[in-house]
Design a protein around this ligand. Structure first.
Ligand code: UD1
Length: 364
């Protein structure tokens, strides 16, 4: 009997990272056609991760590139449909909350192909945020929903009586645990930071980078800290700095770099005194690393990290003088207090997703 075919869809940095582990697990039970939407196409957000994580090239690239939300979603809807009509997958797996997730999930359900959604059930109060719209729509149309935490699973059970919902834990944790033994030393890529206290900062979300006065406020708040800051710049943030904040003078203790690899990012997270970020991935990686995190947003989808005391919110529109106090706390009592690290499963999420998809495919 021929093996079933799974279409594994991804296209942005965090999805490429999550797909690395999923693809190996899914290949045990089925043929996989890996479809990269090309939403993230810079080498540093895409190719570098393929290299570092040993991911085989995608079977299909949809080359969506940069475009408006509507255009990206529309282009992907059409291009994914062509691939699905050509390859006839038995199930389509999508990850997270991007336009790629939405476009490829919609294309599948319109062809009556079952959809599995990994990282399902997360919610933000800001219902107009593009990612929030994407995740709510995909959660409403998917057949199999894989939640990264209990709260997301409970929410999905109240929303969807007709779907199969599994509380698998977070696929990112599988990837985190798998790669911990491979981390480079700080000396090998940031020698000036080795042996020193430093802050690891990233800023990329559209709510922040879409408003230059907010980017400027956050950068000023970082310059007021007396601890060195390493700040790998997402292309979106770099574009703002290059075009609109070109005259902004940053002191030498703010070290801006190009986006770094996943392994370097984890190494910095493990050794930083504190992480300052708006990234969903980094909030959890800091939590698992035992590194205090300050999230520059007014809310987080990863509420467990906040409830457990690992993460504090600081809205970039508020008084940012609190940043210094949080950092001082993180250098002492906050970090030492520690926290329970089991909120997002036990590192077997990809295996559990694979088992449930296997069972589903056997029944259908
Ligand atoms: C968010 C969005 C997601 C979108 C993505 C775009 C939410 C909830 N999710 O995800 O829909 O696709 O932004 O970027 O809004 N990392 C590196 N190198 C770096 C910096 C970070 O490898 O220079 C790694 C981190 O260790 C982490 C991952 O990238 O594993 C996080 O990716 P990030 O781009 O920050 O995305 P998210 O905020 O997780």
């Amino acid at each position: 009997m021929p093996r079933p075919l799974i279409a594994l869809c991804y296209g942005t940095r965090p999805q490429i990272i999550k797909a690395s582990h999923l693809r190996r697990c899914l290949s045990d039970i089925a043929e996989c056609v890996a479809i990269d939407s090309g939403q993230h196409y810079d080498f540093q957000l895409s190719g570098l991760l393929y290299e570092q994580l040993g991911i085989a090239p995608a079977d299909v690239y949809l080359n969506v590139g940069s475009a408006s939300h509507a255009q990206q979603t529309g282009i992907l809807l059409g291009r994914a449909e062509e691939v699905f009509l050509d390859r006839h997958p038995d199930i389509v797996l999508v990850i997270g909350d991007t336009n790629s997730t939405l476009g490829m999930a919609l294309a599948a359900v319109k062809l009556r192909i079952p959809v599995a959604h990994v990282e399902a059930g997360l919610r933000a109060a800001d219902t107009l945020m593009p990612e929030e719209i994407n995740r709510r729509v995909v959660d409403a149309i998917a057949h199999l929903l894989f939640a990264p935490c209990h709260r997301a699973a409970l929410r999905l059970r109240s929303e969807r009586k007709d779907a199969a919902i599994y509380d698998t834990g977070d696929v990112s944790y599988d990837v985190f645990l798998e790669n911990l033994p491979r981390l480079p030393t700080i000396e090998s890529f940031e020698p000036t930071l080795a042996g020193h206290r430093f802050i690891y900062a990233t800023l990329h979300r559209a709510e922040l980078t879409g408003r230059q006065e907010i980017v400027a406020r956050v950068l000023h708040a970082l310059t007021a800290l007396d601890t060195p800051v390493v700040l790998p710049l997402h292309p979106r943030t770099k574009a703002i700095l290059d075009t609109q904040l070109g005259r902004l003078k940053l002191p030498p203790h703010i070290r801006m770099t190009a986006p770094i690899g996943y392994l370097e990012s984890l190494a910095l997270t493990q050794h930083a005194a504190v992480v300052i970020t708006d990234s969903g991935g980094l909030q959890r990686e800091a939590y698992w690393s035992g590194t205090p995190c300050i999230t520059m947003r007014s809310e987080s989808e990863w509420v467990e990290t906040i409830d457990l005391g690992a993460n504090r919110l600081l809205s970039p529109t508020e008084d940012l003088t609190a940043l210094g106090a949080h950092v001082s706390d993180a250098l002492g009592p906050w970090r030492e207090a520690g926290w329970d690290r089991a909120a997002y499963g036990d590192g077997t999420a990809s295996r559990q997703v694979t088992q449930q998809i296997d069972a589903f495919l056997r029944q259908h």
